[in-house]
Design a protein around this ligand. Sequence first.
Ligand SMILES: Nc1ncnc2c1ncn2[C@@H]1O[C@H](COP(=O)(O)OP(=O)(O)OP(=O)(O)O)[C@@H](O)[C@H]1O
Ligand SMILES: [Mg+2]
Length: 468
Amino acid sequence: MAGRILIVDDEADMLLLLKRILNEETTHEVVTEPDSQKALALFSQSPFDMVITDLKMAKMDGIRFLEAVKQIRADVAVVIMTAFATIETAVEATRKGAYDYITKPFRRERILMTVEKVMQWQSILRENQALRDALAEKKGFAALVGASPSMQSIFERIRQVAPTMATVLITGPSGTGKELVARAIHEHSRRGQRKMVTINCTAIPEHVLESELFGHLKGAFTGAWQDKKGLVEEAHESTLFLDEIGDLSPTLQTKLLRLLQEGEYKPVGSVTTRKADLRFIAATNHDLKADMEAKRFREDLYYRLNVIRFELPPLKARPQDIQLLSYHFLEKYARLNQKEIRDISPNALKALMAQDFPGNVRELENVIERGVIFCRGDMLRVRDLFLEDAQKRCEAEPDDELAQLPFKDAKDRMTEQFHRQYVQSLLQANHGNVSRAAEQAGIQRQYFHRLMKEAGIEADGYKQKDER
Ligand SMILES: Nc1ncnc2c1ncn2[C@@H]1O[C@H](COP(=O)(O)OP(=O)(O)OP(=O)(O)O)[C@@H](O)[C@H]1O
Ligand SMILES: [Mg+2]
């Protein structure tokens, strides 16, 4: 999808060059402006997906420009251009929220690759936002995402069903989002302003569950010191979400049927019935039909619940969702963990797509959360995901991005990386003494200086405090 790019640099030649490259190779709309203050005004007047700005500019420099545009629109992707000597500042810029930086002079491919990546990321963000907006008209839940046709049609049906009072049954394997769908339906119903009340029907002994659901009167059983309101009463005029309904005991199935049919219930220990105005949503990972046929689940209750049915497919059946969900969870956990991880490497995405995920979306969510915690760079890589077979495949591809570059670019990148690390470790070992570092490396002092300059490294940073 074509986007809009604003390019700011007080060198007119650079603006011309960039504009030409982008116009030749992409369909994005390119706006150039040599004056950073004017550029800021332009930016505030119309929406841009991406900003490319020079670092050193006469009026407002790149970092201040970055801060200013981020204040106007936090989600814009800003790429900083800089010469080798100021690479440290560029690193600082990424800490301040720049998406990436490009060193000048740059190769045509480098700029095009960066632009494409930014635009891809922006379009995923937009897509996600559009889905959320479509579902949650203004505010509300923003948690449910999905790009697959099956999820899209679920969103569509949520919108249709939510405003009605119809009872909804949500089925599907564990971790596929049943609870989220229940929440979405409730939040988009006319009862959405009230709290949805959830009762989990598993793991609670029958008599406890009954009193939880319907409440009890004082003295109904030992330990019932006073009257207690049940969840049914609490959910009056709102939605009651019966989670794991397949685990309900036969006695409670009967009592629930009455509530569904007549809107009536009796608190434990009471002889009189009470009325409740409820909207019901139920969920289960059981095959309720099979349970019914095996006489484990009441037939009449089954048909009462099964008015509107949502069947959530396993994640394996909707691979189109994996990328969107991965980015969704990346954003969530990067924010939670205050980490600046902006992307998932192409290989990591490939590895995720190749997984089975028996635990469905919940499992994918866990994988990404763990990945974010272990990730050391600004990109989630295969090694961060700890997927067993992906690890093996990954050994043949040590750096997933490298393989996408032409040989010369890949070599330049590795050489640059090598120079930087080598120079840093020598300076470290020699406490910032350049002559000794050069001697240890067996190269001329002047050459060592040149390497330092190219990598933007200064010896001072390696001197011990008393030597400075
Ligand atoms: N479409 C989705 N978009 C975003 N997050 C999702 C989606 N589906 C599931 N999740 C996330 O996955 C996790 C599991 O979802 P949820 O609890 O709704 O599953 P469930 O079907 O109720 O599972 P179980 O049967 O085990 O109770 C949650 O953290 C939820 O936020
Ligand atoms: Mg659940």
